[in-house]
Design a binder for this molecule. Structure first.
Ligand code: FES
Length: 174
């Protein structure tokens, strides 16, 4: 595995902290993702070997936790909560606006590699829904009405101009 020396060092330090090597699986996954940006198949196999589990166990964990990625993200990651409070406050619409303005498909990356947009589950900010993460920074009350300005202020001052199809955001594209 082509990891940075400091990541390898952290992994060597973290594994012995657990009574069983397998218990270090989650922290090791986070360290590898921090280093590589995502967890590749090769990384899953390498991690499995390090902590003494089958690669399928690593795969299960990667696909279970929304914070772990199997594919590279954009340079800037937009994560929109889709759990109940946020969904009721318009987070699905918010996510659609992000996709259109940044040119990134849901769970994909924009053509220029700059942005990725995805849904996540509850970000523990339900009282101030909708909640959005930009990289690791949490923003609250990102309503559909505020999303255009939010993008300019916090994500991309030069985002694609708004389509006359605000209706398109609502599925009314012709
Ligand atoms: S439901 Fe979105 S933060 Fe909890």
């Amino acid at each position: 595995m082509n990891l940075k020396p400091e990541t390898l060092k952290k992994i060597e330090t973290v594994i012995p902290r657990y009574p069983e090597r397998r218990s270090a699986l989650l922290p090791v996954l986070h360290l590898v993702q921090e280093d590589q940006g995502y967890i590749s198949k090769e990384a899953m196999e390498w991690i499995a070997e390090q902590v003494g589990v089958e690669p399928i166990h690593v795969y299960e964990l990667v696909t279970f936790y929304p914070m772990l990625r199997e594919t590279p993200a954009g340079k800037k990651q937009i994560r929109v909560c889709r759990t109940l409070s946020c969904a009721l406050a318009g987070s699905y619409k918010v996510c659609e606006i992000f996709q259109k303005r940044l040119g990134a498909p849901l769970n994909g990356v924009s053509d220029d590699g700059e942005y990725s947009v995805e849904f996540v589950e509850c970000l523990a900010s339900c009282g101030t829904a909708p909640a959005v993460l930009v990289d690791d920074k949490l923003y609250e009350n990102v309503t559909p009405e505020r999303t255009e300005n939010f993008i300019k202020e916090h994500v991309c001052p030069n985002a694609r101009p708004q389509q006359p199809a605000a209706e398109a955001v609502e599925g009314g594209e012709n």
